[in-house]
Design a protein around this ligand. Structure first.
Ligand code: ADP
Ligand code: ZN
Length: 608
């Protein structure tokens, strides 16, 4: 039974401040911590960046015994342990990467009761001597990270996780907490059942990530668009997702050739290269990782400032998970999707391999959700949350391209009629490129040979550029007023939905990027706070952080997060005691890094 002192709110709050340097709990953290302190099981769905680790680390500090943390990725464990240790928690890990000596040290510390947190991989539980070891220890609680790995319904089933179902039997006195960022209710029930959680506190945190800005831009020339986007953010780290290994390599090369520190990441690279590239990114040595979705769970970096999808994702769930890797530190971050209709047939091509017709229909529906997300003129955040069954009360979120007025809905009925009649008058036998040529009145041999320079629509769209007409056609396809055939030379035909628009009985709307005049844009950016303005001191502190991270051999965010650096740069504390209350600085970090940062601020002040 918990002692009254264990759940005293003042004590909780003091621990939050002294260990983690935080003033307040994030949503649900307090409830979860309190449940665990009261030795109740918990089941927690929280989006990436929601702050799951604190939910078990704080009880681990306040309870007797050691908290066992089950984590699926060996490659991640060392960073997790480093991060916990940097807050002064007595943490260690046991996995196959340890040499004999490291293993002996950890087991010794465990036996002596010196550890608060022990990170282990699930396969440990299959080892007899590990069970014996644990039974000889006093356990405070068992935390299971990425708990969806136990469910075959989830997207990341790992058979090793099944062994965890026996934990509540083996350790009936020890509370078990399961954590996941996977949203569906089906997976949720499966996890609770398989782990045999006993009347757990169930928490489904909001999936809303207020600090993420969502935007969709028509894809014109992906590489150049990526380049421009990255150049606009010279000091911000980010991930560029691409679909194929080849496009990953090409984009990484393209960016590197233009002076950007970009590294590729995909399943075709050997383990060592992958680990090295990931580590360089974690340590702020590379600005950009260009990756396939193979780059996922291993990213624990909290200061990812943007996630750019250069190709269309297959479903919203995956898209949301990937964008969720941005802004875990709570600072503003930018999620951009480049949407080109040309990506859709490529994805449908994958569906051809799906044998089960139900499965195929489901995949098609998922894709349609993505297309709707990308093409309709409604708050992006509302759409995303709606997809997870979460209502969003406000009409406008204020942090997406639609709500900030960067995307306008325009009546494009006339343009749609022009494009549709071009399709009809050329016999529904041509592709988008040819149709655009006809509409804009291009003087080509092929058009003359086919006599299409004589049809009524020839050249009527010459007042707009080809890109515009391409977008009109893309939108007709996305809204299913037209369909495109499969194959190497796809042709476009009309659907039933085209008729009312052609007859003028129904309007046709398109979304359009609002291009702001340059001067105005710069001002808007500075005040939007989405892109932090350059600050000399911030850069100095960042360099110091990188230096310390390199000395310690840990990722930069383990030293301080971006948010901590921003607060330091804004408040400019010149004495160590002024560091109390700065976000992310608890007692351990103040003692360990305080003097050097304060010194850097003093030096900067004296120079400036
Ligand atoms: P998750 O495991 O849910 O993806 P983490 O536990 O890694 O998330 O936490 C994400 C980020 O949020 C970390 O940078 C962490 O320091 C920060 N964080 C967690 N809890 C709080 C809090 N109560 N106040 C401020 N920041 C927090
Ligand atoms: Zn919005």
């Amino acid at each position: 039974m918990p002692s009254a002192a264990a759940i005293d709110p003042a004590r909780l709050h003091a621990a939050l401040r002294d260990v983690f340097g935080f003033d307040t709990f994030r949503p649900y953290q307090r409830e979860i911590v309190e449940a665990l302190l009261a030795r109740r099981d918990a089941f927690v769905v929280m989006p990436t960046g929601g702050g799951k680790s604190l939910c078990y680390q704080l009880p681990a500090r306040l309870m007797d015994g050691v908290c066992i943390v089950v984590s699926p990725l060996i490659s991640l464990m060392k960073d997790q342990v480093d991060a916990a240790r940097s807050n002064g928690l007595r943490a260690a890990f046991l996995n196959s990467s340890l040499d004999l000596e490291g293993r002996r040290d950890t087991v010794g510390a465990l036996r002596r009761g010196d550890l608060e947190l022990l990170y282990v991989s699930p396969e440990r539980f299959a080892m007899e001597d590990f069970g014996t070891l644990l039974r000889a220890c006093r356990l405070s609680l068992i935390a299971i990270d990425e708990a969806h790995c136990i469910s075959e319904w989830g997207h990341d089933f790992r058979p090793d996780y099944l062994a965890l179902g026996a934990l509540t039997d083996t350790f009936p006195e020890v509370p078990v907490a399961a954590f996941t960022a996977t949203a569906t209710l089906k997976v949720q029930d499966d996890i609770v059942r398989r782990l045999r959680l006993r009347d757990p506190l169930k928490v489904r945190a909001s999936f809303n990530r207020p600090n993420l800005y969502y935007a969709v831009t028509p894809k014109t020339d992906a590489q150049r668009q990526i380049l421009r986007f990255v150049l606009e953010r010279p000091r911000e780290a980010g991930i560029v997702y691409r679909t194929t290994r080849r496009s990953v390599d090409e984009t990484a090369d393209y960016l590197c050739a233009r002076g950007i520190r970009a590294l590729p990441y995909h399943a075709g690279l050997d383990d060592e290269t992958r680990a090295r590239n990931q580590e360089a990114f974690n340590r702020d040595e590379a600005q950009v990782v260009v990756a396939t979705i193979a780059f996922g769970m291993g990213i624990d970096k909290s200061n990812v400032r943007f996630v750019l999808h250069a190709d269309l994702p297959k479903n919203i769930e995956g898209y949301y998970q990937e964008t969720g890797r941005a802004g875990r530190d709570g600072d503003p971050a930018h999620c951009l999707l480049l949407f080109g209709y040309g990506d859709i047939p490529k994805i449908r091509h994958f569906f051809d391999d799906i044998a089960d017709p139900d499965e195929k229909r489901r995949a098609e529906r998922c894709l349609q959700d993505v297309i709707t997300y990308a093409t309709t003129h409604a708050c992006r955040r509302r759409r995303l949350l709606g997809y997870f069954g979460e209502p969003f009360a406000q009409e406008h979120c204020g942090a997406c391209d639609v709500c900030t007025g960067r995307v306008a809905r325009v009546d494009a009925t006339r343009d749609a009629q022009i494009a549709l009649s071009a399709i009809a008058r050329t016999g529904q036998r041509f592709g988008a490129g040819y149709l655009v040529d006809v509409i804009t009145g291009a003087d080509t041999e092929r058009i003359r040979a086919l006599g299409h320079d004589a049809i009524k629509t020839y050249g009527v769209g010459a007042d707009r550029d080809k890109r515009h007409w391409r977008r009109v056609i893309d939108t007709l396809l996305a809204q299913e007023l037209a369909v495109q055939s499969e194959g190497e030379y796809p042709t476009i035909a009309l659907t039933d939905r085209a008729r009312p628009v052609l007859r003028g009985e129904k309007p046709f709307y398109m979304t359009e990027q609002v291009v702001e005049p340059r001067a105005k844009r710069r001002k808007a950016v500075a005040s939007a706070d989405v892109f932090a303005p350059e600050d000399g001191l911030f850069e100095r502190l960042r360099a110091l952080r990188a230096e310390i991270a390199a000395e310690l051999g840990v990722p930069a965010y383990v030293v301080f997060t971006d948010r901590t650096l921003h607060e330091l740069a804004a408040q400019r504390p010149t004495r160590e005691d002024q560091l109390i209350g700065i976000h992310g600085i608890g007692e351990k970090k103040r003692a360990q890094f305080g003097a050097r940062f304060v010194q850097a601020i003093r030096t900067f002040g004296a120079a400036g």
